[in-house]
Design a protein around this ligand. Structure first.
Ligand SMILES: Nc1ncnc2c1ncn2[C@@H]1O[C@H](COP(=O)(O)OP(=O)(O)OP(=O)(O)O)[C@@H](O)[C@H]1O
Length: 332
């Protein structure tokens, strides 16, 4: 769950339209604010203008009408090269330079910014550790000597190298197998919480959007913004029939992975120790998904719950879990 408080708007789309030369309206009359420090996920079906929208921030695409501002300044009035140096950009196939080592790839922007060798080396080491790679092992390797997931980590490290205020990520985990993708998603969320970089992340995967986003923006064809809100509210209060349909039938399952256990959901008093009780204990703050799994393996349908200090605070039953789920659904 998000731990960084989002601040004021850092990026603004003001009535932005992009019509391509053949008449395709990729983005239509978009009003959207991206708050400083937030991770905003952009989700929608193929062709709903997500990539176009992202690329208007670093001027890879120019709006036909309206304006995009970064920190109050129209991006069209800024030098594109300088603008892009301050904005990390990660795409699906990473685009690492094949003939440069991992360390050299990560050092690209610091090099352009004229950092000295020491500072750059320190930064490369720090970033490799941050994304879960071993600087001594992976730093000297070439991209083809890494797995897809490792390459993606290097792509993230490279984009973060010069400490950009903004990161644009276009299907950053799309090329990674499903298992590796979940690990990368969780790790990226942690990195975001640690750094507080403002991130716009494009995905067509609603689960990824829900898992990663502080807020989720849902788009339909023509770059129409259907809803922008917190994950729980998008799940529990879809603003339009399109959003409802796009989320699909698995809303409860998604909510389980998002909502967490609170003391209010518990029966008072600890669950009595039972010889048959499996050694599963829950903690306040665990996801309801974890609670569900624990209850499913409990022979008497009761699981003891601890507080942060490890002291027992109560017991969870299936009725408590149901209440927690209802509470989460209505809390949005
Ligand atoms: N250079 C271009 N010239 C003409 N049309 C384009 C161009 N780039 C994108 N489009 C069209 O604009 C619309 C939006 O494309 P965009 O790539 O922004 O969507 P997307 O939501 O990112 O899609 P995907 O999830 O498939 O990447 C699509 O209909 C696409 O065909």
């Amino acid at each position: 769950m998000p731990s960084v408080d989002p601040g004021a708007a850092l990026i603004r789309f003001e009535d932005v339209t992009k019509t391509y030369a053949d008449g395709t309206v990729a983005v239509g009359g978009l009003e959207l604010e991206v708050r400083e420090h937030e991770l905003l996920t952009l989700v929608g079906p193929s062709g709903s203008g997500k990539s176009t929208l992202l690329r208007m921030v670093n001027r890879l695409v120019e709006p036909t009408a309206g304006r995009v501002t970064l920190d109050g300044q129209d991006v069209m009035s800024q030098d594109p090269v300088l603008l892009r140096r301050g904005i990390g950009y990660v795409i699906q196939d990473v685009g690492l330079f094949p003939h440069r080592t991992v360390a050299q790839n990560i050092a690209t922007v610091p090099g352009l910014l004229g950092w000295d060798r020491h500072r750059t080396q320190d930064r490369v080491r720090e970033l490799l550790q941050l994304v879960g790679l071993d600087p001594a092992v992976h730093g000297p390797r070439y991209p083809h000597e890494l797995s897809g997931g490792q390459r993606q980590r290097v792509g993230v490290a490279r984009a973060l190298a010069a400490n950009p205020r903004v990161m644009l990520m276009d299907e950053p985990f799309g090329a990674v197998d499903p298992e590796g993708r979940r690990a990368l998603q969780v790790e990226f969320r942690r990195i975001h919480d640690e750094l507080g970089t403002t991130v716009l992340l494009v995905t067509h995967d609603i689960d990824e959007a829900i898992l990663l986003g502080d807020r989720v923006a849902v788009f339909s064809q023509g770059g129409r913004l259907e809803q922008v809100d917190t994950p729980v509210r998008v799940l529990t209060r879809p603003a339009t029939p399109f959003v409802e349909h796009f989320i699909g039938g698995a809303r409860v399952v998604r909510l389980l992975s998002l909502a967490t256990l609170t003391p209010a959901d518990l029966e008072p008093g600890a669950a009595a120790p039972a010889a048959t009780r499996p050694v599963v204990t829950l903690r306040v703050g665990d996801t309801l998904e974890r609670c569900f799994a624990a209850l499913a393996t409990s022979p008497d349908g009761v699981v003891a719950v601890e507080g942060d200090d490890g002291e027992p605070v109560g017991a969870l039953t299936l009725a408590g879990l149901h209440g927690a789920l209802r509470r989460s659904a209505s809390a949005g």
